[in-house]
Design a protein around this ligand. Structure first.
Ligand code: THU
Length: 158
């Protein structure tokens, strides 16, 4: 029988950085600090990411641009590929993302782009382990999304 279905996204909203659990807050603050590692002379948009591994280690990084624009890479993939290459076999547990605009102000809303979602999904599938995502959600709020899968419904995989 034909059906109309829905898919839900499970996420939590924290009113402020201060109201988050300490570990999430530390990870998010590390993502903010990592914006300073950005190489973004073309967009002036500094994205920082901090990834918690199951070992408790945190890998951070930032977007890296190139004068041949498509050669650049988003912060999320810099960190995910870096962690996979430097800590092979370690599960990805949680990823925090923050950004600063050309004025150096924190950006109120940012969410991983489609290519980053697909790239992160690879590790969620590989490790059979959901990756929580922490992102700014307007007016100082922080959103915690339960998994990458939920950010990429009907994802590509084979
Ligand atoms: N960027 C990221 O680092 N992450 C995203 O999820 C989207 C965009 C970077 C790419 C580019 O260096 C700059 O932000 C402006 O698009």
């Amino acid at each position: 029988m034909n059906k109309k279905l829905q898919q839900t996204i499970n996420y939590e909203i924290f009113d402020s950085l201060e109201s988050m659990p300490q570990a999430d807050r530390d990870l998010y603050q590390q993502a903010i600090a990592a914006t300073e590692k950005s190489h973004s002379p073309y967009s002036q948009f500094k994205v920082g990411a901090a990834l918690l591994l199951d070992t408790g280690e945190i890998i951070d990084g930032a977007n890296q641009e190139n004068m041949a624009y498509p050669s650049g890479l988003c912060a999320e993939r810099v960190v995910a590929y870096g962690a996979s290459a430097s800590h092979p076999g370690k599960k990805f547990v949680k990823l925090a993302i923050a950004a600063r605009n050309a004025n150096g102000d924190l950006v109120a809303n940012i969410s991983p782009c489609g290519s980053c979602r697909q790239s992160l999904l690879e590790f969620e599938l590989k490790f059979e382990n959901d990756i929580e995502i922490l992102i700014p959600a307007g007016e100082g709020r922080i959103m915690k999304i339960e998994s990458i899968k939920q950010l990429l419904p009907f994802h590509f995989s084979f």
